[in-house]
Design a protein around this ligand. Sequence first.
Ligand code: HEM
Length: 233
Amino acid sequence: MSGLSQVLNSSVGKKIISGLTGLGLVGFIIIHLAGNLAIFAGAEALNTYSHTLNSLGGGGFVYAAEAILVVVFLFHIVSGLQVARSRQTARPIAYQKSANAGHTSKKSSSSVSMIYTGLVLLVFTVFHLYSIKFGPSSAEGYVTVHNGTEMRDLYRLVVERFQNLFYVVGYVLVMALLGWHLRHGIWSALQSLGLTNKKILPVAYTLGGVLGLALAAGFLVMPIYIYIALEPN
Ligand code: HEM
């Protein structure tokens, strides 16, 4: 076995993979939220944003980004499950060793919920893609013209979806769980990657909390705003 594969298979290696892929997914979530803010600017802004993105490099850019995203997602899920399992197996020893380590015990207790919030986010992502990304397309009548260019009317689809109160409540609950997952995940990733020390740890912990809350809040207002303020055209 080579040195690299030995490291990747070790428990430290799995934590590094979990941390790196987690931070990669946070990057995607920030970009996704920024793009989605176009909803507040109206149909032309959202549709043109999506159309431009999906046309980059003749569609190749999005395919490449999606392929990377799928790989990162899979590695994150597998390494996350492995880290959770090894933590469970090692817990009795860890408790004896770190009886007085405040942040270590805090980590152990909040990380228990990571596996559950993570699984909810996985189910949500499959449903979300089915409902919106692979939902009705131009061919099914969700088509519009902006500035002389024909494109998918994604705005109509999103607004229609969030006229349903069950959708709105479901999304709001899942976005709250996303915030909870990120609150723990961000600082834990920074720690796993060795980017923290005793001094930086409280800063990383606060940063994780604030960023998790901000991202969850940003996603959370969209369904509520659409339900209250918008109507399908
Ligand atoms: C209120 C919250 C959200 C809204 C309104 C929303 C909206 C959208 C829309 C409109 C698309 C289609 C984009 C396009 O085809 O150009 C999309 C795609 C996607 N969304 Fe979301 N999203 C939300 C939350 C999330 C969250 C929390 C995640 C991740 C956990 C997520 C993951 C994805 C993924 C992976 C795609 C496919 C990206 C691609 O392949 O181009 N979304 N979303």
